[in-house]
Design a protein around this ligand. Sequence first.
Ligand SMILES: [Zn+2]
Length: 390
Amino acid sequence: MIRKCFLCEESTEKVFSTTWVLPGLLPTEIGFSICPKCGSVCQSPSVDFDDMMAFYSSIAVYTNPGRQELPSTAKIRDLDEQIQFIKRGIGNLPNSVLQIGSSDGYTLSRFRDAGIARVLGVEPGAASVSLAKRLYQVNCIHGSAETFETNENFELILMTHVLEHLYNPQTTLSKCYRMQQKVTEGFIYIEVPLMAKASSLCPGFFSFEHINYYTRDNLLKSLTDVGYSPVSVLEHFNSNLSPVIGILASTKVQHHYSEYQSCYVDNKQILLEYRQKEISYWQGCLDALLPNLSKSQRVFLWGAGIHTSQLVTNTNLLEIVKINGLTDTSPLKWGINQGDWLCQSPKDINWKIGDYVIISSYASEKEIFIALSWLRDIGVVTLCLHNRDI
Ligand SMILES: [Zn+2]
């Protein structure tokens, strides 16, 4: 589908696109486009809303192997900061908080521990709703940002890493603003990946699941357009995989930031530079593995999902190496096709000496590599594509 600008609804201009081969979906053209009026970048052409929802509910897996349902140390650190940042920005912690996209409930459990009496989540994933209840006794409305309803008033609304996924993010922000009209002063805290200069962006930054891209300027605009007044901003470039930005905004009218200026020229440059960097990055990673791969009898790809799609899309892998299969530890993915391959359980493959496995996940490369010691014990070679810190 072709999307209009998520901020000003202008028709967008395509900068680049490729064919993605995704698990459970037909090959799809996915591209990234820019708004000629305001300069905002969005995914367009994009997969249809229904296909995206099918992807989320069937095969998107957000828990990494080996953590036993515990928050990562980075997550704990981020929450320490987020709570202090909000407390400083408001002057005190409010009495009630609603989190849209509450995931496993950890974030709300931390706000409750910090002293907020009333916490409530909104979460579309049924598994996450029960996880939040079981792990942290956090209650959630089972619903999406677009459809949930509540008559309760909340002084603080949290939306971390949600807006970049929504087909109509401004509709959800407006809904939040309306919901806070009965409180004396309402606050919202938004956090999203930050579209910084191309040199600051990790491989895969322009991704399948992220359909809206935010800079500091257009995130401020997205809040002021619906009525909020931003009061505090935080930005980090090196703390997480990709740069992040958080903004705290109030329902009380204030004027701390200048009028929005279009960022068309700068943002288009970011997209073009990123695309060049992305192609040479993935191909460079693959080229570094080739001397090893030439000794292989059979080659398997580890992981049915986005990184496999990126590896296939951004390199000449299929022209130079015969891929014998695709495997993944998640039972949700077994029996699902991705491109020409059927994803199998690793236990169903008759592994032999001379078999090679390519691990292509950028974010979880190390965890996957460590978890595959059993394959190395039986003579299978496990190669890390990115080779980041092993
Ligand atoms: Zn626009």
